[in-house]
Ligand binder design. Structure first.
Ligand SMILES: [Zn+2]
Length: 396
């Protein structure tokens, strides 16, 4: 598409973009406020239908918005959500223009700015591009890990070839009109396990009558920390230990929490299994009681990584190339923490993230976006989609 024509069109759409953004922000869509989330979805349904897109419900409360032209373009899935982290009984509830293009509001950047960008980038494709197959998924509960749509992501029922997350474009410094924004090429995966080691308590003067859970925990911690592997970017940390009742008592029970991070799903699964094995293996024995220590665990969380692959790199290359043509300051970054793009990646679909609104102070009562840059980034997203639709064919 012609960049100058796109620019003029985006300019003409500004009032409509800002009006929908304001209306979405004014609806409280805290994850647990289900009626609010549903109300936000209803408004989105209306906007998407009016724009001529097809809207489907997924697992009752989520939405899939589609725009297709019959052709050979690979299928691209935009990844978004409706819920926010701001409760309806808090005091951060409204859209506030701060002047000079800055706007503050609950979820204005994470992720309602990204939502409207997704809609208008799709509209730009229909306006200017010749071949496309784009969908946008909108989760109702992303902020708590998308529990009711995670299985959908992992199964990839729409057979998406590429995934693009509309989480905020992360300012690499203070949010100003010229700050570079990060596009995320990789998110490490994360796992956490809570466990309890059991021995037998006794007076410290008669150790033969007890079995020290403290000692058994110490062995486990050393074994768990030995799983650290910087070369493969695997990190493991026992971050919390609690147990025993006094210096004069052999501890009967000690609890701990271990977490681990990893770049590749296979490394994550291997590390998870190794952690569980290290936790469950007994290591201290009292022959007089014929007693080994024992342990129980619960898997607190396991979030797959958004992996960096050749095909995700193709998307990053296109974003950087189009950003350079538009004069946008965008740099590739890796981030910790998960988004729904992690689940898309785990389904085998290459994914990138951070293509949404330029946002400062995400998840705080100061969440702020810079509107002029949001509009410009609709151009970047539209051109990225168009280029990927053409070039991604061979790679998909
Ligand atoms: Zn988000």
């Amino acid at each position: 598409m012609e960049r100058s024509a796109l620019k003029l069109w985006v300019e003409s759409q500004k009032p409509a973009v800002e009006s929908l953004l304001r209306d979405l922000v004014e609806i409280n869509t805290y994850t647990a406020n289900e009626s609010g989330v549903d109300q936000g979805m209803a408004l989105l349904d209306q906007a998407a239908s009016e724009a001529g897109f097809i809207v489907e419900r997924i697992h009752a409360r989520h939405r899939l918005i589609s725009l297709r032209k019959r052709g050979a373009a690979p299928r691209i899935l935009l990844i978004s959500h409706m819920d926010t982290v701001f409760p309806p009984d808090g005091d951060f509830l409204h859209y506030m223009a701060l002047g000079d293009g800055f706007v503050r509001g609950p979820g204005v950047g994470d992720i309602k700015g990204g939502l409207v960008m997704g809609l208008w980038a799709m509209a730009a494709l229909r306006e200017f591009a010749s071949d496309y197959d784009v969908q946008m998924i909108v989760s109702a509960d992303e902020e708590i890990g998308s529990p009711t749509i995670r299985d959908w992501y992992l199964a990839n029922p729409t057979h998406a070839d590429f995934g693009i997350g509309l989480e905020p474009g992360f300012p690499q410094g203070v949010l100003t009109p010229t700050v570079p924004l990060g596009v995320v090429y990789q998110r490490r995966g994360y796992g956490a396990i809570n466990f309890t080691v059991n021995g037998k308590s006794a007076h410290s003067g008669t150790p033969h009558l007890g079995l020290s859970a403290t000692e058994a925990m110490a062995h486990r911690i050393i074994r768990l920390h030995a799983l650290n592997n910087p070369e493969r970017s695997i990190s493991v940390n026992v971050g919390m230990v609690r147990g025993g009742i006094s210096a004069n008592t052999i501890a009967g029970t000690v609890e701990a929490a271990v977490s681990f991070r990893f770049e590749r799903l296979s490394d994550g699964e291997m590390t998870r299994n190794a952690v569980i094995e290290a936790v469950l293996d007994s290591c201290v024995y009292n022959p007089q009681l014929d007693l080994w220590d024992s342990a129980t665990y619960t898997l607190d969380s396991f979030i797959p990584p958004m992996e960096r692959t050749e095909r995700s790199q193709l998307m990053i290359d296109i974003v950087l190339e189009q950003a350079a043509l538009l004069g946008h300051n965008v740099i590739p970054i890796a981030r910790g923490g998960g988004s729904d793009a992690n689940y898309i990646s785990a389904s085998g679909t290459p994914a990138i993230c951070g293509m949404g609104a330029p946002t400062a102070d995400i998840h705080t009562p100061n969440e702020t976006i810079y509107l002029p840059m949001l509009h410009e980034r609709i151009e970047l997203l539209a051109l990225t989609l168009e280029t990927l639709s053409k070039r991604g064919l061979q790679a998909s």
